[in-house]
Structures are given as structure tokens and as C-alpha cells.
Design a protein around this ligand. Structure first.
Ligand SMILES: [Zn+2]
Ligand SMILES: [Zn+2]
Length: 152
């Protein structure tokens, strides 16, 4: 039985986006084995496209980053080694706790949906870049498009 790294409750196995994950019934956190986060990312439904990151979400994310710095140590559900905190990717504003031995990572409640939003933004970005290539435009055109997007 795997135990929650935060509160020691027994983790429940469930399916998310077709991927088997371990979630905590007490705090709502999620343990993902190595490679499962990528699987969730790949399994993403296109209906998530409608979700946009609001200014409020950004503020909450920043607050969580601050809180994360004060959390106690958490341990890998497999090898009990202390998890290492790091930002998932540059600008994602999602702090994840990762096993240094590569067993997997821990996401607190809400971090999964924030990561999904981040994946979505990345997808939009790569689409813009792909369009740019086919149209053969320069960096200035990209900036003007982003500017238009941000103005809604
Ligand atoms: Zn928990
Ligand atoms: Zn481990």
C-alpha cells in the first residue's frame, strides 16, 4: 500500500485521462509514477481547449509557489527518499515534488489542472510557431500576433 507523502493516508488507485494514478482521499494530492505525467499530457482531450488561465489563477499560482517553500519534507511512496521540489517547466508556475531516484512525482490538489492549462498554452504556442513557419514570417510578426491575442 502506498501512503500519501503529505498526511500518510492510504492512496487510492484511479484512472485519469486513461492513465492509472494514485490519489489521496484526504488532501486530494496525486502521485504519478515515472512517465505517467507524460501519458496524461499525451492523452489530453481537445475539449480542454476552452479553459483559459485567468489573472486570478496566476495570483493563486504565485501564492502556492510561496506556500510550497514552507512545506515540510515529503517522501517518495516507493523508496522513501525525500522528494525534491522544482518548477515543472520554465514559467509553468507549478511546483512539483519529484523523487531523485526517478520513481515519480507528487502533485498537490489543483496542481494537475494547472499543469493541464500549461500544456494547453504550450500547444497553442507551438501552433502559432508552426503557422509562422509555413507563412515564412519573422519574429516581429509573432510578437504582433501574441499582442493581438493578449488584447483578446
Ligand atoms: Zn494526502
Ligand atoms: Zn523513489
Amino acid at each position: 500500500m502506498r501512503k500519501c507523502p503529505v498526511d500518510d493516508f492510504t492512496l487510492k488507485t484511479e484512472t485519469y485521462e486513461g492513465v492509472t494514478i494514485d490519489s489521496c482521499p484526504h488532501c486530494g494530492g496525486i502521485w504519478l509514477d515515472a512517465g505517467e505525467l507524460e501519458a496524461v499530457q499525451n492523452a489530453q482531450d481537445s475539449d480542454f481547449r476552452t479553459v483559459t488561465t485567468s489573472a486570478l489563477d496566476q495570483v493563486r499560482a504565485a501564492e502556492d509557489m510561496g506556500k510550497a517553500a514552507q512545506e515540510g519534507p515529503r517522501h517518495c511512496v516507493e523508496c522513501q527518499t525525500e522528494l525534491v521540489k522544482k518548477e515543472y517547466a520554465y514559467t509553468s508556475q507549478v511546483m512539483i515534488d519529484q523523487c531523485p531516484n526517478g520513481h515519480g512525482l507528487w502533485l498537490d490538489q489543483g496542481e494537475m489542472s494547472r499543469l493541464e492549462m500549461f500544456f494547453e498554452t504550450q500547444e497553442d504556442m507551438s501552433k502559432i510557431l508552426a503557422d509562422m513557419e509555413t507563412e515564412g514570417q519573422g519574429f516581429g510578426a509573432l510578437l504582433s500576433r501574441l499582442w493581438k491575442r493578449s488584447k483578446g
